[in-house]
Design a protein around this ligand. Sequence first.
Ligand code: HEC
Ligand code: HEC
Ligand code: HEC
Length: 107
Amino acid sequence: MLRMIALTITVMFVSAGLALAVSPGKVLEFKNSSMGTVKFDGAVHKKATANCKDCHNDGMFPKMKQGTVKITMEQIYAGKLCGVCHNGKKAFEAKANCQRCHIPAKK
Ligand code: HEC
Ligand code: HEC
Ligand code: HEC
């Protein structure tokens, strides 16, 4: 019994450690838009933001898993999701800087 508990706790710690290791050191690629792939650099955002909860909260990206939230420009322009910061105040404005996020597909 005790060993089972110890094992469970170990597994919990290991998975927490893995989860923590992912986003900040990783670049997520969002490839659904015709404007071109969006690269989201975890390291840049870790430096630029105070806390995982700045993004991983109920109103934005609740899950630490890619593909759980559908991101549209309408929402970004309305100040939601990436647009919470990319509004020209906390970070560069989305409307004026398409290609700082979207990398045009090569022809
Ligand atoms: C600036 C916003 C932002 C911050 C800050 C942020 N994340 Fe994320 N993270 C995201 C977005 C966006 C996704 C993709 C969510 C989706 O597609 O539904 C994501 C996904 C993840 C994933 C899943 C990656 C994958 O390959 O599926 C992990 C793990 C993660 N974040 C961990 C963290 C941790 C730990 C922190 C704090 C150190 C953190 N994130 C801070 C925006 C952020
Ligand atoms: C919590 C605030 C916040 C959120 C949310 C956020 N960003 Fe950022 N982002 C920043 C800041 C701050 C910078 C760096 C300052 C700047 O370049 O204006 C930055 C920089 C970037 C850069 C430039 C990276 C580089 O290499 O210089 C890209 C691309 C980017 N963000 C994409 C995104 C995308 C895509 C999302 C949504 C999935 C997102 N960001 C959500 C704050 C945020
Ligand atoms: C802060 C980063 C960022 C900037 C700046 C940005 N986008 Fe996006 N855009 C995204 C993300 C993230 C997605 C979702 C991509 C996905 O799901 O694969 C997206 C999706 C889209 C889509 C497909 C979904 C939809 O809403 O129709 C289009 C079209 C688009 N962007 C056009 C633009 C144009 C035009 C500009 C400049 C005026 C722009 N984007 C600037 C991050 C950005």
